[in-house]
Design a protein around this ligand. Structure first.
Ligand code: SAH
Length: 262
């Protein structure tokens, strides 16, 4: 079973994520074990202070190193094994599906949520991974921690019921996912931002015929074609590193040839 320990000064922000949905079910079933730790429980002073002013002056507060070290000692003692410690930080390695897959192979993850200006630099001594969820700055590491937890946990065997759905997801092989449809076969709606009377008229949107054909070989081929076409159109940067099979490579060649036709 994979364990997750999240260290935060706002446990209440993270707790709801573990009571609903796929992660909630996986935790209840014991497929993953997630514990949330209040950083203030690892302070030793009466006021449970976790932050202090920066040496050298300047704005903002800095998270003190000693409560973090005590929290990590306690978590490691509790789990009884070495753990992979993740620091959430805008300065970290970009978090991708590849990183999520790599982290889903470890037995236990600790995720540290920063606040204010972040942590005293010395806590990096105990950190094995520094991860950023994107090139923007948030007020705290709780949302990044939840994102890392969610993306990693859903790759742990047994968390998502149908393993095949995970294998087909966007990025899992370097391709975006194919489009999905469900009942009804036809549905009417107006065009988005309709201005003209003509555009205001309802349009009937139909599920592509191939998906209703019952021809599984054709459906498989169509989905591959869609996945490759979408990736080429929206994220051509992914294609260089994508693990395409022969059929997908051929589809890509055809699409590129069509696109480049004068
Ligand atoms: N002064 C810091 C930013 C602190 S933001 C700097 O510029 O590097 C406060 C906390 O929010 C960080 O410690 C981190 O835990 C979290 N955080 C903010 N943006 C993030 C991002 N893009 N990815 C991951 N964590 C982030």
């Amino acid at each position: 079973m994979m364990t997750f320990d999240i260290v935060t000064i706002f446990p209440a922000m993270i707790e709801p994520q573990l009571t609903a949905g796929i992660l909630g079910r996986a935790a209840a079933a014991g497929v993953i074990d997630v514990k949330i730790h209040d950083l203030r429980d690892f302070t030793t002073d009466r006021h449970r202070v976790v932050d202090d002013t920066p040496y050298g002056g300047g704005p903002g507060m800095v998270l003190k190193p000693d409560p973090i070290f005590r929290a990590l000692d306690a978590i490691e003692a509790d789990r009884g094994r070495p753990l992979t410690v993740v620091l959430t930080s805008p300065q970290g390695t970009p978090f991708t599906q590849l990183e999520a897959r790599r982290l889903s192979q470890v037995r236990g993850l600790v995720i540290l949520c920063g606040r204010y200006e972040g942590f005293d630099e010395r806590i990096r001594e105990r950190v094995s991974e520094e991860l950023s969820i994107g090139d923007y700055v948030l007020t705290g590491g709780e949302l990044p921690a939840m994102i890392v937890l969610d993306a990693v946990a859903r790759l742990v065997p047994g968390v998502v019921g149908d393993e095949a759905s995970v294998a087909n997801d966007s990025f899992s092989r370097g391709l975006l996912d194919f489009p999905h449809y469900t009942r009804p076969v036809e549905i009417a709606t107006t065009a988005p931002n309709a201005r003209s009377a003509e555009a205001l008229a309802e349009r009937v949107l139909r599920v592509p015929d191939v998906l209703l054909s019952g021809n599984h070989a054709q459906i498989r081929r169509w989905r591959k074609q869609q996945a490759v076409a979408r990736t080429l159109e929206r994220r051509p940067d992914l294609l260089a590193a994508a693990g395409l099979d022969d059929e997908e490579r051929e589809i890509l060649r055809e699409l590129v040839a069509q696109r480049d036709k004068p």
